[in-house]
Write a new protein. Sequence first.
Length: 318
Amino acid sequence: MKIILSGLLILLALGGVGACVHSAVYTNNVEERHPPIGELVEVNGLPVHVIQAGSEGPPVLMIHGASANAREFTFTLAPRLEQHFRVLMADRPGHGYSGRPEAAETLAVQAAQMAGILEAFAPDEKAVIVGHSYGGAVALRVALDYPELVSGVVLLAPVTHDWGGGGEAWYNQVAGPPVIGPVFSQLVPLVGPSLVKSGIDSVFDPREAPEDYYPDSATGLLFRPPNFRANADDMNALQDELAAQESRYGELQMPVVLFSGAKDTVIDPKLHAGKIKNEVDNFELVKLPDTGHMPHHDHGGEVADVVRRLAEAPDQSS
């Protein structure tokens, strides 16, 4: 029996070493394919990766959702705005090539890092903040905590409210805890990339995902173990964070425009859009009957038009 147990322990140890080696090789390869294409700026003592498009005009800050990075907007919204705006696309803490501060799973810390970008790139100016999905919650927190930096908010299929439990992905629950999480995350590069297509299809449903979405968006960066754990920590904390934040939405004075896809299967648009529309005075809801969770891909022109309108509108905060 001792010999059998010893053999099993050796096999487990070898398997663990093999997984670590594979994840290291995967990380090296995926970072060679998708190196940072923006600028690393220090915010609160840590690097934040910011991709810029355009050099003149009002600033527009774009904040990506879960399981993503700043490249999400480089081939969708940025090309529609870069001629007349300074578009700033940021990797959220622990995603892409941004550092991960302590307590980065909180919306307050996420917002602080995003506000630091505006203070670095557009001091003394107000920006339109664009947030997709989880990034919508962060965009709202930037507007709540730093209203002096924000002229308007554009929300793309955002998560805004506590949804009452359930729906958490099992892999995020496993990747989060301090003991099993790091071990599990070393295994993710073995299976994650091969399973991602079905996930991408569900996010775009009922529309077709762009043919080159996976390489263009550099989604493969997600499966690096530290990035995967950061994403899991964000998602595991999100419901409590929203429960604490949602009571503040009445504070918002700047215009807020929300694009909501009626066919969204990732979040419940009736819950999130349906609640916040009654809590913000200067609010506009754009309903998209045949769209899912990616309105900036399916309706990029309309989103860009709204960004232009908010950026060019007179300041209503004074």
